[in-house]
Design a protein around this ligand. Structure first.
Ligand code: ATP
Ligand code: MG
Length: 383
C-alpha cells in the first residue's frame, strides 16, 4: 500500500541512495531483530540475504523473551545480525513498532489539504492521550468505497482533491512517540545507516503479504509479549488493536507449571505446541498453549464481530504473521476458532530466491513479513 507517512518520515533520504542497488529492511521487534536484504534485477526484487537475532540474551534473558534495550544495545544487535547475515548495504528502512504509535480513525469534514494541516493536530488532541509535543503526527484520508465497484467513486475522488462540499472524511491519524522515533534514528546513526524512511510495521506487512485481494482481511501478528490485530480492506488499514498476550505467555506458563527453566520451556513449546502427544509434558504444553490462545482468539473474534457489525461486511480472511503463529497446530486452532479462511503470510513469494530455499522461506515467511515489506519499498525508492 502507499505509505501514508512519507510526508514527515521519508524526509531523511540522502542523495547517495543510488550508489548501491541493494537495500535492507530492519524490523526491531521486542524479542527479535530481523533483517532482509534485497536487490533489484531485471525489474524484480531478488533476495540476497536474511537473518534474525534474539534480543533476550542481550538483556540477560532467554531467547524469545521481550526486552526493552537502550539504543546502544539495539544498535549493537543490528551490527551483529548484519555481520552474521552478511548484510552488505547501508541503504535501509526501519520499522516503527505498532506499540510505539497511536493510531486513531477520526471522522472530520472534508477539507482541502491546507486546512487539514491545521485541523488535524487540533482533532488529534481529542484522541491522543499524551501531549501533542511528545509525538510526531501524520495522517491519511481513507478513501470511501462505492460498494458496487472496486474503485474509489469519482465523486469521492473529486471531493477529496477539490475539497468540495461532501460531508465527512475518515482520516487515519498516526501519532508516533518522539522517543521511539529518536531511538530508531540513533540506531541508524550508530550503524551509519542511510535510513530512507521509518514506517509503522503494519504498513510494511500489508505491502509484503497482500496480493490484489480486496476482501476485508485480518492481519494477525503474534509476537513475544503481544498480539497485534489489524483489519485491512483493499490494502488500507481500517482498524488496529493490541492484545497484551503473546507467545512468551505460553513459555512462562510452561516454565511455572512444569518447574523448568524458561529456556527449557521455550524448547518444549516449540517441540510440542498444540499437537496431540502421549507424553505428560506434551499434554501440559498443549493445554497451556490452548488456554493462552483461547483468550487471544476470543479477543480477535470480538474485534472481527465489531467490525462486521459496524460496516455490515464479512471479514473472510485471516493472515497469520509473527513468530508466535509458528507454534505447531496454530493454523488449525485458528481455523477452528475464527470463522474465516486462515493463511500464513508468505512474503518471500514477492521476491526471487533460489528454488532449493522455497520450503524454508515459506516456513520463515511469517517472521520476516515486516522486514521484507520495508525492503520492497526501499527498493522502489531507488528507481
Ligand atoms: N517455531 C516456533 N514455535 C512456537 N513459538 C515460536 C516459534 N518461533 C518463534 N516463536 C515465538 O515467537 C515469539 C517471537 O515472535 P516475533 O519474532 O514475531 O516477535 P517480535 O517481532 O520480536 O515481537 P513484537 O513484534 O511483538 O515486538 C517468541 O516468543 C518465540 O518464542
Ligand atoms: Mg514483530
Amino acid at each position: 500500500m502507499d505509505n501514508p507517512f512519507n510526508k514527515i518520515l521519508g524526509s531523511l533520504k540522502s542523495g547517495f541512495a543510488k550508489r548501491s542497488q541493494s537495500v535492507v529492511g530492519i524490523d526491531i521487534g521486542s524479542s527479535f531483530v530481523k533483517v532482509v536484504q534485497l536487490k533489484k534485477k531485471g525489474g524484480r526484487a531478488v533476495l540476497e540475504t536474511y537473518g534474525e537475532l534474539a534480543l533476550g540474551p542481550i538483556a540477560g534473558l532467554e531467547v524469545g523473551r521481550m526486552t526493552n534495550l537502550s539504543a546502544e544495545k539495539v544498535a549493537q544487535a543490528v551490527a551483529d545480525i548484519f555481520r552474521e547475515a552478511n548484510v552488505t548495504t547501508k541503504e535501509s528502512a526501519i520499522a516503527i513498532p505498532l506499540s510505539g504509535s497511536l493510531i486513531s480513525f477520526v471522522e472530520i469534514p472534508y477539507l482541502v489539504e491546507k486546512q487539514l494541516q491545521e485541523i488535524i493536530p487540533i482533532e488529534a488532541r481529542k484522541y491522543i492521550p499524551v501531549p501533542i509535543s511528545e509525538v510526531t503526527l501524520d495522517w491519511w484520508i481513507i478513501p470511501k468505497f462505492d460498494s458496487a465497484t472496486t474503485e474509489v467513486s469519482e465523486s469521492e475522488k473529486s471531493s477529496i482533491t477539490a475539497g468540495a462540499r461532501v460531508q465527512k472524511a475518515d482520516v487515519l491519524i498516526a501519532a508516533i512517540h518522539n522517543e521511539v522515533l529518536m531511538k530508531l534514528k540513533s540506531v541508524a546513526t550508530l550503524n551509519s545507516l542511510n535510513a530512507g524512511f521509518f514506517e509503522i510495521e503494519v504498513f510494511s506487512t500489508v505491502r509484503s503479504t497482500f496480493g490484489h485481494d480486496l476482501v476485508p482481511t485480518m492481519l494477525f501478528d503474534m509476537g513475544a509479549g503481544m498480539t497485534k490485530l489489524s483489519i485491512v480492506e483493499r490494502g488500507i488499514m481500517q482498524s488496529s488493536h493490541i492484545i497484551n498476550r503473546g507467545s512468551q505467555d505460553i513459555t512462562m506458563n510452561i516454565s511455572n507449571s512444569l518447574g523448568v527453566s524458561s529456556s527449557r520451556a521455550e524448547e518444549l513449546k516449540r517441540l510440542y505446541g498444540l499437537s496431540q502427544t502421549e507424553t505428560e509434558e506434551g499434554k501440559v504444553v498443549a493445554e497451556i498453549s490452548s488456554t493462552v490462545l483461547e483468550y487471544v482468539f476470543s479477543e480477535a473474534n470480538r474485534i472481527l464481530l465489531n467490525y462486521e457489525r459496524k460496516y455490515n461486511k464479512t471479514v473472510s480472511k485471516v493472515i497469520l504473521i509473527g513468530g508466535g503463529v509458528l507454534l505447531k497446530g496454530f493454523k488449525e486452532a485458528a481455523e477452528k476458532n475464527l470463522e474465516a479462511e486462515v493463511l500464513y503470510g508468505d512474503p518471500f513469494a514477492k521476491v526471487e530466491a533460489p528454488a532449493f530455499l522455497t520450503d524454508v522461506l515459506k516456513e520463515a515467511g511469517p517472521e520476516f513479513a515486516v522486514a521484507i515489506g520495508l525492503a520492497l519499498r526501499r527498493l522502489q525508492e531507488l528507481d
